[in-house]
Ligand binder design. Structure first.
Ligand code: ZN
Length: 194
């Protein structure tokens, strides 16, 4: 029989409420759902104080996961409008092309430890892609049409191209590197994917 209860613990003064479900499971299992809620399952023989201690010991992970879920929800809300516009084929007014260099300057420092020289930016109107790069020549080419897109999307394209200077392919390593530097890149890409 499953038993469900809410529990509340404090970790460095921060309250964490979690839903505890008693199940036939071996360990204490912890999940943070997309709505930011914390779910825990544990066997009926595990003492609640032991479960509370476990949650407190995982507080840093839980809070990080909760913040990430919150950030994603904010994105979805913020870019709902952009997505609708994109579907309707409407474009925003064009931003100043200087924004490309500004974004490059912001993102580039993360690549210095990899011994990468700051690439040059070229701007072209392209039909099939948002950006491309010539790693050996140190050039990133960006689509002029990006100037009608939200800054976060331009950041995503610049980040993608910069990551190619470390991994010049679309390998697993490339994507895990991208994920590390910009954990919400998929949400950003989705806005300009349509
Ligand atoms: Zn690529």
């Amino acid at each position: 029989m499953n038993k469900i209860s809410f529990r509340r613990v404090y970790a460095s003064g921060i309250e964490i409420v979690y839903l505890l479900e008693r199940k036939q499971v071996k360990n204490i299992n912890l999940r943070v759902l997309p709505d930011g809620s914390v779910r825990v399952s544990a066997g009926s023989w595990v003492d609640v104080s032991q479960i509370d201690d476990f949650i407190v010991s995982k507080a840093a992970f839980i809070l990080k996961a909760m913040r990430r879920q919150e950030a994603l929800a904010e994105y979805e809300e913020k870019y709902q409008k952009e997505l609708e516009k994109a579907r309707a084929g409407e474009e925003n007014a064009l931003a100043d092309p200087e924004i490309f260099r500004e974004i490059l300057d912001e993102l580039y420092p993360a690549f210095i430890p990899y011994g990468i020289k700051k690439p040059e930016i070229r701007i072209r109107t392209m039909k099939r892609c948002w950006g491309s790069c010539l790693v050996n020549k140190g050039i990133i080419t960006l689509n002029r049409r990006l100037l009608a897109k939200p800054r976060e999307c331009i950041e995503y394209v610049v980040m993608h191209e910069l990551c190619h200077f470390v991994h010049p392919n679309h390998s697993k390593e490339f994507y895990s590197f991208m994920e590390q530097l910009m954990p919400d890149w998929k949400e950003r890409r989705n806005v300009i994917r349509i």
